[in-house]
Design a protein around this ligand. Structure first.
Ligand code: NAD
Length: 501
């Protein structure tokens, strides 16, 4: 039976070999989280479409890997200019499908664009090493060569920024790439693919496919894909890491988080509360670097909590494209229900409810208000789990030592921050805390593009972080060449281990 409303829905295409295509087969729904209505359809690819993208990437590889570094850099420069020009359009697609506010979406695209700025410097970044006379008349040099066909699998919460952590670095290094963005937010990636083509990128170098586990498994099991970058939740990150390792692929898999902010009594409380409000409730808490647990040391707790309550109550909740709105909806009904379930659990396990986000007054869409729990303990579910919603929990401890022990005993280790006026306390925290990214009076210490982003422990499986020099290392293989141009007087090598001298 025909459903007229559905027939009018646009389908987000895949992008293979420089062309937008709508494959036949399974389809998924893309929602507008502010209204709860289906806004588009998205193809859920299987082995056939993944293989078509891989074939395109394999065909494009020889020419692209041998393109001069300057040519690759110039394509990147034109891509940079086009991303800047279309930043608003990319942000609008993010708000439509993810729900975050437009200014927040603009900021996230900006952070992604900064990776492209860094990738424009690829001629400098790919320089190797050279040593003359490592033996008598023997020289050694190293080069960084592309890995080959690379793939990226990305989460719903940063539809442009997280893909931009990956594919510009991989492509600048001379690889070809297949991106599988989250099927919940597929449109921004297609716009970026169109812009990259307009910038002069040859067909097949960058491809975008959509889908769920079936598409991911086809990527993980495809023999022609050499490296996989993943960002998403911890259980899937672990699965990606193990499957890629089994299949002999290079892999980096970034997982979930529970980020703590430690607040000492000497911190500027007004400044700290403002910082924590943005970090906990910005993007409705759907950030891997969101602060979701505050560790209040000594007598910092009472003044801090009363400020947090006042500021969290004032946050304006509504559709992300409306002026003045500070917090949008959650991404889906399923995710809203999961977060709501944690709020119910927090109440049931007797955390003190300072602010109850279940009372919000929005009639449609996947909204929740801001929730603040006090007197939370480390055995409670609201502390142990990544909630990924507008829920902030406060734990009270009586010393910096105990705060560090608490942070270090958590299995997640993505980001953390300390708020204090004491340089000594901050230095000790920075030195002893076992977390990948640390802020000192900075609540969301997301490193700039010329440093690397990544957590420790259950927040990252693999050895190398994304972007910065670690990104260059991930997307290249080192080759070391030892050279001798024989003279008549050099002795023959013989059968012993060569010592060159
Ligand atoms: P997710 O793990 O559900 O999905 C991530 C990707 O994996 C998507 O492309 C999805 O299609 C795919 N996927 C989902 N289920 C799969 C399965 N069973 N098998 C194979 N592939 C599957 O994550 P999400 O809900 O999209 O994103 C939120 C999560 O991402 C949070 O845990 C958040 O902390 C994390 N995240 C981490 C970082 C970081 O830098 N560490 C950054 C952003 C988000």
């Amino acid at each position: 039976m025909n459903k007229p409303a559905e027939l009018q829905l646009a389908t987000v295409p895949v992008w293979i070999n420089g062309k937008a295509v709508v494959p036949q087969g399974r389809m998924g729904d893309v929602y507008n989280p502010a209204t709860g209505q289906v806004s588009k359809r998205v193809p859920l690819c299987g082995e056939k479409e993944i293989d078509a993208a891989v074939q395109a990437a394999c065909t494009a590889l020889p020419e692209w890997r041998d393109a001069s570094i300057l040519r690759r850099a110039r394509v990147m420069q034109r891509f940079l200019a086009l991303l800047q020009k279309h930043q608003g359009e990319i942000a609008a697609r993010i708000t439509q499908e993810h729900g975050k506010t437009l200014p927040d979406a603009m900021g996230s695209v900006q952070r992604g664009i900064e990776v492209v700025e860094f990738a424009c410097g690829i001629p400098q970044l790919l320089k190797g090493e050279y040593s003359e006379n490592v033996g008598t008349a023997v020289d050694t040099h190293s080069v960084r060569q592309p890995v080959g066909v690379c793939a990226g699998i990305t989460p719903f919460n940063f539809p442009a920024m997280v893909p931009l952590w990956m594919f510009p670095m991989a492509i600048a290094c001379g690889n070809t790439f297949i991106l599988k963005p989250s099927e919940k937010v597929p449109s921004a990636s297609i716009l970026m693919a169109e812009l990259f083509k307009e910038a002069g990128l040859p067909d097949g170098v960058f491809n975008v496919v959509h889908g769920d586990k079936e598409a991911v498994d086809a990527i993980l099991n495809h023999p022609a894909i050499n490296a996989v970058s993943f960002v998403g939740s911890t259980p899937i990150a672990k699965y990606i890491y193990e499957t890629c390792a089994k299949n002999g692929k290079r892999v980096q898999a970034l997982g979930g988080a529970k980020n703590h902010a430690v607040v000492l009594p000497d911190a500027d409380m007004e400044f700290t509360a403002d910082a924590l409000i943005g970090a906990a409730y910005g993007s409705a808490g759907e950030r891997c670097m969101a602060i979701s647990a505050v560790v209040a040391v000594g007598n910092s707790a009472d003044p801090l909590i009363s400020l947090l309550k006042k500021k969290a109550t004032a946050i304006k909740v509504g559709p992300g494209d409306q002026d003045g709105v500070e917090m949008g909806p959650l991404v889906s009904a399923e995710h809203r229900d999961k977060v709501l379930g944690f709020v119910n659990k927090g109440v049931a396990e007797k955390a003190k409810v300072v602010l109850d986000g279940r009372n919000h007054g929005m009639k449609e869409g996947y909204f929740l208000g801001t929730t603040l729990f006090d007197n939370v303990t480390r055995d409670m579910e609201v502390y142990k789990n990544e909630i990924f919603g507008p829920v902030l929990v406060v734990l009270r401890v009586d010393s910096l030592e105990k705060a560090i022990e608490l942070v270090n005993s958590n299995p997640y280790a993505n980001g953390t921050a300390i708020f204090t006026a004491s340089g000594g306390a901050a230095r000790r925290f920075e030195n002893e805390v076992q977390v990948g990214m640390v802020g000192v009076n900075v609540p969301i210490p997301v490193p700039v593009a010329f440093y690397s982003f990544g957590g420790w422990k259950n927040s990252l499986f693999g050895d190398l972080h994304v972007h910065g020099m670690e990104g260059v290392k991930f997307y290249t293989r080192t080759k070391v060449v030892t050279t001798r141009w024989p003279h008549q007087d050099t002795p023959s090598a013989g059968l012993n281990m060569p010592t060159l001298g």
